[in-house]
Write a protein that binds this ligand. Structure first.
Ligand code: CO8
Length: 258
């Protein structure tokens, strides 16, 4: 399947989706978000794929929602048209692990999109920010909600109120990104992480993702109850039998995703 605004490829069991509006620094317009959503859902449904990487270019992961489009909107346009909200929700429906490989700018909706992925690997030239306030708007795709959960109230307030950018090192110290690597090694590192994930039991990887995400939606007691139920359910899988047998037999596991 080919798309106009994203490039897709598969490398073994890993799918790579590259945002591709280079002239606009991958500004996220409706057409791009529809393509991204369709590509994500297609790979999520493909049983040969175990992990998805979302990335951009060396200069920009995405410089935010498309300002040239938003500049034309009034209140009734965004209210009646649901703006672009529907397309931005799609990524949350993906059950497979999604890694954001971020080089260059991840600003506004670009930073929010990266935060919607399961974890972020950053190139050392990455820059993150929520500069919406400079445009006279608040973040609209979770910036004020996911950023404080990922970093801290102080850092999130600083970024959202001043609109300043944070470099990759600061983002790693703050906990927004899991690793920082030299820019020319970004895809190698993301791919290596993705391959490790594809070698796990895919249903169990989906459960891990679901359970970690639950931590942000519920109380500690409820989250632990939820995790316990998932933990018990693993013992109904062949992959649990295989994983533990492989450990005891001192060999690598061969998961069947059953
Ligand atoms: N939208 C549209 N076009 C953009 C955007 C954008 N967000 N960012 C860059 N571009 C375009 C520029 O207009 C320029 O186009 P042209 O060559 O035709 O003039 C081209 O990309 C290159 O950009 P620059 O010349 O500005 O490149 P620089 O290297 O000088 O600067 C920056 C790079 C710093 C990234 C700069 O382009 C910039 O500040 N961009 C805007 C960043 C921004 O404000 N982002 C937040 C947007 S608002 C948002 O994301 C809200 C999300 C709401 C989601 C709601 C969902 C429901």
């Amino acid at each position: 399947m080919s798309y106009e605004n994203v490039l897709t490829e598969t490398i073994g069991k890993v799918a790579v989706i590259r945002l591709n509006r280079p002239k606009a620094l991958n500004a996220l317009n409706d057409a791009l978000m529809i393509d991204l959503g369709n590509a994500l859902l297609a790979f999520d449904a493909d049983e040969n794929i175990g992990c998805i990487i979302v990335t951009g270019s060396e200069k920009a992961f995405a410089a935010g929602a498309d300002i040239t489009v938003m500049a034309r909107y009034n209140y009734m346009d965004v209210l009646k048209g649901e703006f672009i909200t529907r397309n931005w929700e799609t990524i949350r429906r993906v059950r497979k692990p999604v890694i954001a490989a971020v080089a260059g700018y991840a600003l506004g909706g670009g930073c929010e999109l990266a935060m919607m992925c399961d974890f972020i690997i950053a190139a050392d030239n990455a820059k993150f920010g929520q500069p919406e306030i400079k445009l006279g708007i608040v973040p609209g795709a979770g910036g004020t909600q996911r950023l404080p959960r990922a970093v801290s109230k102080a850092k999130a307030m600083d970024l959202c109120l001043t609109g300043r950018m944070m470099d990759a090192q600061e983002a790693e110290r703050a906990g927004l990104v899991s690793r920082v690597v030299p820019a020319d090694k970004l895809m190698d590192e993301a791919l290596a992480a993705a391959i490790v994930i594809t070698e796990m039991s895919q249903p169990v990887a989906a459960m891990v993702k679901d359970s970690v995400n639950r931590a942000y939606e519920t109380t500690l007691a409820e989250g632990i109850k939820y995790e316990r139920a998932l933990f018990y359910s693993c013992f109904a899988t062949e992959d649990q039998t295989e994983g533990m047998a492989a450990f005891l037999e001192k060999r690598p596991p061969s998961f069947k995703n059953q």
